[in-house]
Write a protein that binds this ligand. Sequence first.
Ligand SMILES: O=C(O)CCC(=O)C(=O)O
Ligand SMILES: [Fe+2]
Length: 203
Amino acid sequence: MPLTLLPLPDAEVLLDPHFLPPRAAMELLQELLDTIPWRHEPIKMFGKEVMQPRLTSWHGDPNARYRYSGLSLEPQPWTPALQQLRQQVSHATGAEFNSVLLNLYRTGQDSMGWHADNEPDLGPCPVIASVSLGATRRFRLRPGAGTPLHAPLGLDLPPGSLLVMRGLTQQRWQHALPKTSRPVEARLNLTFRRIVEAKSQLR
Ligand SMILES: O=C(O)CCC(=O)C(=O)O
Ligand SMILES: [Fe+2]
């Protein structure tokens, strides 16, 4: 199935709900649960350190350092499974990625708050490719300040789906993965990114 562009003002959001076949998605989930060195990291919120409501792991090329919310993340090396998925995602999107952030939402109580991936390290119009595995959770999008009024939307992201955000999306829109009170299994999300700052660190 190809990626389909969603009709949103000032955003380029594309979705392929069936990027990976169900069996491949299940096998990849199990492999990543077993082999990724999951960490429970703190995050700075309004100057205070709080634990993130999810587990994370950051992988990438050696110079792809990522800084956000007061954290500086040293990338872990690519594993064979991550390397293979990177190639598949590059092929589907026509974009190159040098890093991937993995988020493990253990239960419906794990979540990610409203944000845009607009850190300077990502450049002005980043392509972010998001693969979801495990439980289907609802991903939310809403316009940011200064963006034409548009109702927030919710996208159910099933296992094996590929969501791409590019163009002005990170400048004009915000997204979140809210908690749910439904009993749900774990969900694993991978966001492939390109750290553009890497070049200047070689000097
Ligand atoms: O879990 C998701 O679908 C979203 C993850 C996300 O927004 C991020 O890692 O920046
Ligand atoms: Fe994000």
